[in-house]
Design a protein around this ligand. Sequence first.
Ligand SMILES: [Zn+2]
Length: 191
Amino acid sequence: MALLPILTAPDPRLKKKSLPVETVDAGVRQLMDDMLETMYAAPGIGLAAPQVGALKRVIVLDIDREDTKTGPLFMANPEIIEASDEDVIYEEGCLSVPEHYSDVARPATVRVRYLDRDGNKQEMACEGLLATCVQHEIDHLDGILFIDHISSLKRNMILRKLLKARKEKERDEAEGKPTAKNQAKDPEHAL
Ligand SMILES: [Zn+2]
């Protein structure tokens, strides 16, 4: 397994639509395993393939809370086939939008259809944080970030700050100064 670099916004690859995988072969399984290791190291609770520069419809998740314990989940070609009318608001963050958080409203429960790590068709009913996380990760496969669900004013402010932070980091690296690693403040908000 290998740790993969996580792309951060604004990066054009995060805005692209990912392609379905034809079969869950050894290459896809390798990607899934590397993504899971990368997600744990971040640390986060969900990661989508485009966040590591692979434009494939693959996501991984692992939610460990008192009310929801999933263990590692691997999904290829995930799609939402049912969603509740009722919404829920959760303070979302993203490993590709480090250190910024915002309330996002999404359907409270969803049903997702996908291929698992063995290529078998599965369906899963999701609620709570799992429902939020699955929708956030599937958004990534369509080039959508959580900041696309908030006001353009707040989105542009976050993007400006991310660009500024990136420039400062590049300057510090050029000057040989040690740079702080992007660390998620709370993995439950790093989707
Ligand atoms: Zn994300």
